[in-house]
Design a protein around this ligand. Structure first.
Ligand code: HEC
Ligand code: HEC
Length: 457
């Protein structure tokens, strides 16, 4: 399987210009023509920088920690698939980075990364261990009246704090060849043009708009979960995650992407702290920190575990159950919420499951939306470049796999799952085969639509 005669590859490559042959074989596998629309060209330039540019540093790219095939984030299972010489692991094979740059144990076991958010002058003591947020849906999850909020504590970017500036801070933190971190020696800083392009690319990722809840969901459990999520006397989630996004609204109108101290740092038995490794307390926004963290969007949550800034919780159900515990209900945000709504958050097991099911279903719908868009783009390009690493078709396959996983893990929507399996099989055939590529893409798109219709009216 997956093999084709060398002659056919040669024929396809050699005769690519001939339209008739291109139709016959379903498009040639060369790179698509460069986009002519200026915005698309800027996004394409940013994409290339994000996944390929090392900025003269230790070999890492942004894609080292934000790989497109894993929803632009890392988890321990994905890290375990990487070869030992992957630049993620520079601390394991570059002597100058062996100490105080990363913690290989915590990286491999919990996907935690060292961040020196309070400056680089005491590397042995001033650091925090953080998970890697996906960089999806940032067009709708960064703005607040207090300015842009990026990173887990909202202050991840240097300078004006903007998403545009974030890349500069990431290069200094993660790309350096030595701990001296001298620009021009250990790495080079991105230019203004490169920052523009990377910003445009990052803003193009994932959702471009908020959901409008409630959705007419068909599964009764997910539907109940949505009602609990929205209920200001029960789940109370919508106050901070309006429309399952990253923006707050306490009833007086939208107030953007806010920071809260929800007590995650006070969780007992945090996995990373059960090891013999040093994990300093993370004080959140500012220097010294005020203990607050930035609200992440939840539409993208189900397929981007583990959860919270310190990757303390491995499952979505566990992350929902967090809100029932003392760590949350005794936290500054928990007390405020209790004062305003007549009590803390207290969900029973069936309700936790319902809310998590709702989050799984909206994540599956987002995966289906993205996969459909990517398959359509592959069709428009006549199948060009479809087998390339990170191609829209490969990404469509990954999104479809995610949709299957998030539903199957909670026994949701068995019928939609069968349509998704069909979509996956057709997309994989389009990826590997050389005949009828376009009709297989069309078949995958139709099967995704059938799955969607089974999930939402
Ligand atoms: C070694 C791993 C690593 C590399 C390489 C890396 N990042 Fe990140 N990224 C992280 C971590 C960890 C965070 C969380 C930082 C924080 O909380 O402030 C993060 C956060 C982000 C965020 C914030 C997302 C949000 O929702 O607020 C953006 C944007 C981002 N990275 C972009 C980049 C760009 C652009 C590059 C390349 C120049 C890059 N990253 C390289 C690990 C990495
Ligand atoms: C007071 C505001 C607030 C309320 C209410 C709230 N959240 Fe959150 N939520 C946050 C913040 C802030 C974070 C990030 C905390 C951290 O990492 O330290 C977060 C993180 C999460 C995460 C982890 C996402 C990820 O990608 O790691 C999930 C899941 C989540 N919340 C679900 C819910 C659900 C479900 C409810 C209702 C039961 C809820 N939240 C209520 C503010 C809130």
């Amino acid at each position: 399987m997956g093999h084709r005669p060398a002659g056919a590859a040669w024929l396809a490559a050699g005769l690519c210009g001939a339209a008739a042959v291109a139709v016959l074989v379903g498009g040639c596998d060369t790179a698509p023509p460069a986009p002519t629309d200026p915005q698309a060209a800027l996004v394409a330039k940013g994409r290339k920088l994000f996944f390929e540019e090392t900025f003269g540093g230790n070999g890492r790219t942004c894609g080292t920690c934000h790989p497109v095939e894993n929803n632009l984030t890392l988890d321990a299972r994905f890290i375990a698939t990487l070869p030992p010489n992957d630049p993620l692991f520079v601390a394991e094979f570059v002597p100058a980075l062996a100490r105080n740059f990363e913690n290989p144990v915590l990286m491999r076991q919990f996907a935690l990364i060292v961040e020196n958010l309070d400056g680089f002058d005491d590397l042995a003591n001033r650091f925090v261990m953080r998970g890697i947020p996906h960089t999806l849906g940032m067009r709708v999850s960064v703005a607040s009246p207090q300015g842009p909020r990026t990173g887990w504590s909202g202050d991840g970017a240097p300078g004006d704090g903007s998403l545009r500036a974030f890349a500069t801070g990431a290069v200094i933190q993660h790309f350096t060849k030595t701990l001296n971190r001298v620009a021009g020696v250990d790495f080079r800083l991105p230019t203004a043009d490169e920052l523009d392009a990377m910003e445009a690319f990052q803003l193009s990722l994932g959702r471009q708009q908020e959901l409008a809840l409630p959705l007419p969901l068909k599964d009764v459990v997910a539907q109940r979960g949505q009602a609990i999520f929205l209920d200001g006397r029960l789940g109370k989630c919508n106050f901070c995650h309006e429309n399952a996004g990253a923006n707050a609204n306490f009833g007086a109108g939208p107030i953007g992407n806010q920071n809260f101290d929800t007590g995650v740092e006070n969780l007992p038995d945090q996995p990373a702290k059960l090891t013999a490794q040093r994990v300093p307390r993370d004080d959140g926004l500012g220097i010294p920190g005020d203990g607050t963290f930035n609200t992440p969007s939840l539409v993208e949550a189900a397929d981007t575990p583990p959860f919270f800034h310190n990757n303390a919780v491995a499952t979505l159900e566990g992350a929902v159950a967090f809100y029932n515990g003392d760590a949350f209900n005794n936290s500054p945000a928990g007390r405020l919420l209790a004062g305003a709504t007549g009590g803390g958050i207290k969900l029973d097991a069936t309700q936790v499951q319902a809310v998590a099911s709702f989050l799984r279903v909206i994540n599956a719908l987002e995966n289906i939306r993205q996969a459909t868009e990517l398959l359509q783009a592959t069709r428009r390009a006549g199948g060009h470049g479809r087998t390339a690493r990170g191609s829209p078709l490969r990404q469509a396959v990954a999104e479809t796999e995610d949709a299957i996983e998030v539903l199957a893990d909670a026994d949701l929507h068995p019928l939609a799952l069968r349509h998704l399996e069909r979509a996956l099989a057709a997309a994989r055939k389009a990826l590997r085969g050389w005949v009828s590529v376009d009709s297989r893409l069309a078949e995958a798109i139709a099967a995704l639509e059938a799955a969607r219709v089974d999930i939402v009216q």
